[in-house]
Design a protein around this ligand. Structure first.
Ligand SMILES: *Cc1c(COP(=O)(O)O)cnc(C)c1O
Length: 482
C-alpha cells in the first residue's frame, strides 16, 4: 500500500515513510492510493474480534510495510483494558470502546476512557508506540514540539511519556488552562516530557512553534517533529472504532447505521468516511459543529469559507473552535474524483486567506455539488444553549452525563438522522474535563473518574518562559543531549 498526496504532486510513499512526517512536499495530505476493501466474509469474521484484534485486522490493510508480528505486538500493547480504564466507573474496559445504549436505536460510543479522558487517546496511544518502534528501527530520535490549549497536548504527552528516542516539548499559555488541565499535564514526572508555560496566550505559543519549525537548520539539527491531526496514522487508528461501534450496535452486517460526530479539524469524521469507503455499511455520517460552523456551512451550501482567528469564537466546546478544518482536504480529494489539480486550485484560494469573505471556494455551480449526496453526509450546528439543554435532557432522561462536545454531536445526530437508522453518537470527551459548563447546565459537579481524584494535589513540573523564540531554542538545545 502506497500513499499519495491530495495535491497530486508528490512521490508515493509507504506507511512508515509518512509516519514521522507531516504534510506531503507539495503541501497536500497523504491518503492511500486506493482504499483497501473489506469483503463480506471479513466483516462477518471481524464482528467477533476483540478491539486489539480488530485494530490489527484494519491497520494491517494500511501499514503493509510493518511485519505482521510487529504490528500485532504494537496493537496488543496499545489497546489494553488497563490503558482504557480511566473513564466511567460502570464501563466495561475490556471493550476499549464500550457502547452505551440510551434507548433502542440510540447509542453513545465511549471513546474517552483513555488516560486523558478524550477520544484523542484512541489514536495518540497507538502513535506513541508506532513512533517508538519506527525510531528504534532507524536508530533515530525525535523531539516533538507543539503548542496546546489543553486537549491535544495532554494526549500527546500521555502517549509519549517514557518512550525511548522521543522527547516532548509542549508549550501552553501560562495560567490560561483549567486547574484540572494543568494538573493533567504538569504532574507528569517523566524525564522525556517538558512542559513549558508561556507568559502569553495560546496564539503566542503557536507562533513560537511556527518560528522554530521555520528555522530549517535548527529543525534538522534537533530533529524537531510534530503530532498534529493531519498525521495519517492517527486517522487510520480512528477508522477502527467505527467498525467496533457498528458491530456493537447491530446484529448483522446487512444493517446500516448513522454516526454522529462532533467535529473540528474533520479528523474524526474523515476516519468514518474512510471506513465507509472500505465497505462498512454506514448509512449516514452526521457532522456536528458548534458556533464555529465552517463545515456545516459547506455541507449545507457548498461553500467552504475558512475563518481567520478573529472570526473564530471561543465556545463552551473549545476543542471544536477551529478556523480551518485541516483534514477536510482529504474528503474533498475524494469528492472531486481524486483530481489533485482540482484540489490545488481550490486550496490556492484557501491558502491565500486574504479578506475573510474572499477566502475559500464554492462547489455550488459544479458537478461536485451533485456528487456530494452520494457521500451521504448530513450536518448541523449546536450552540451554547443547545449544549446546556442536551446535557440536561440526557441527565434527566437517562442519568447519563455527557460533555459539551458530545452534547453537540447528540443534538445534531437526533435532528438529522434518517428514521429507522440506529444512531451511534461518538463521545469525544468526558464531562470531568469541562466542569464549568456542567455546573451551569446541571448545578452540580461532573463525575470525576477515580483514577484522577486529587490530581490537582500532585507535585507539578513546568518551566515558565517569556514568549521569546531565542529562549525556547536555548531551552531545547540545553535539554537534547548532543
Ligand atoms: C479534537 C476534539 C474534537 C474534534 O475532532 P476533529 O477530529 O478535530 O474533528 C471534538 N471533541 C473533542 C473533545 C476533541 O478533543
Amino acid at each position: 500500500m502506497k500513499y499519495i498526496s491530495t495535491r497530486g504532486n508528490a512521490p508515493a510513499k509507504t506507511f512508515t515513510e509518512i509516519l514521522l512526517g507531516g504534510l506531503a512536499p507539495d503541501g497536500g495530505l497523504y491518503l492511500p492510493e486506493q482504499y483497501p476493501q473489506v469483503t463480506r466474509a471479513e466483516l462477518d469474521a471481524w464482528r467477533k474480534l476483540s478491539y486489539a484484534d480488530l485494530a490489527y485486522a484494519v491497520l494491517s490493510k494500511f501499514a503493509t510495510d510493518i511485519p505482521a508480528a510487529d504490528l500485532k505486538a504494537i496493537v496488543a500493547k496499545t489497546y489494553t483494558a488497563e490503558v482504557y480504564s480511566n473513564g466511567r466507573a460502570d464501563s466495561d474496559a475490556s471493550q476499549i470502546t464500550p457502547l452505551r445504549t440510551l434507548e433502542p436505536g440510540v447509542h453513545i460510543l465511549e471513546l474517552s476512557n483513555g488516560p486523558t479522558l478524550a477520544f484523542k487517546d484512541m489514536a495518540m496511544q497507538l502513535l506513541g508506540n508506532l513512533f517508538e518502534y519506527a525510531l528504534a528501527k532507524q536508530h533515530a530520535e525525535l523531539n516533538i514540539l507543539g503548542a496546546t490549549s489543553g486537549d491535544t497536548g495532554s494526549a500527546a504527552e500521555y502517549a509519549m511519556r517514557g518512550k525511548r528516542g522521543i522527547r516532548v516539548f509542549m508549550l501552553s499559555p501560562n495560567g490560561k488552562m483549567s486547574s484540572f488541565q494543568r494538573a493533567q499535564m504538569y504532574s507528569l514526572q517523566d524525564p522525556n516530557i517538558f512542559n513549558i508555560a508561556i507568559t502569553g496566550m495560546f496564539d503566542d505559543a503557536q507562533d513560537m512553534v511556527k518560528a522554530v519549525s521555520n528555522d530549517h537548520a535548527f529543525k534538522a539539527k534537533y530533529k524537531i517533529g510534530t503530532v498534529n491531526s493531519i498525521n495519517w496514522a492517527r486517522v487510520s487508528a480512528q477508522v477502527v472504532y467505527y467498525f467496533k461501534g457498528y458491530f456493537a450496535a447491530t446484529q448483522s452486517n446487512d444493517e446500516q447505521v448513522a454516526f454522529a460526530v462532533p467535529s473540528g479539524n474533520f479528523g474524526n469524521i474523515c476516519a468514518g468516511h474512510i471506513a465507509r469507503m472500505m465497505g462498512l455499511p454506514i448509512g449516514q455520517l452526521i457532522l456536528a459543529t458548534n458556533e464555529n460552523d465552517v463545515l456545516d456551512e459547506f455541507f449545507r451550501t457548498g461553500v467552504y469559507r475558512p475563518r481567520d482567528t478573529g472570526h473564530t469564537y471561543e465556545t463552551s466546546s473549545p476543542s471544536m473552535d477551529i478556523s480551518k478544518a485541516s483534514n477536510f482536504e482529504r474528503f474533498v480529494f475524494d469528492l472531486v474524483g481524486r483530481d489533485g489539480a482540482k484540489v490545488r486550485e481550490f486550496w490556492s484560494k484557501v491558502d491565500k486567506g486574504g479578506a475573510f469573505d474572499n477566502a475559500g471556494f464554492s462547489i455550488r455551480d459544479t458537478d461536485y455539488w451533485h456528487a456530494l449526496p452520494k457521500f451521504d453526509f448530513a450536518s448541523g450546528k449546536s450552540t451554547h444553549q443547545d449544549r446546556l439543554k442536551t446535557i440536561r435532557e440526557l441527565w434527566e432522561e437517562y442519568g447519563v452525563m455527557v460533555d459539551t462536545h458530545t452534547a453537540d454531536g447528540i443534538k445534531v445526530g437526533l435532528e438529522q438522522r434518517r428514521p429507522g437508522l440506529p444512531l451511534i453518537c461518538l463521545e469525544t470527551a468526558l464531562p470531568a474535563k469541562f466542569a464549568e459548563t456542567i455546573r451551569e447546565a446541571l448545578g452540580r459537579e461532573p463525575e470525576r473518574p477515580k483514577a484522577l481524584e486529587g490530581i490537582e494535589k500532585l507535585p507539578q513540573r513546568c518551566e515558565v518562559m517569556d514568549a521569546d523564540v531565542t529562549k525556547l531554542k536555548a531551552y531545547i538545545s540545553a535539554n537534547v543531549p548532543k
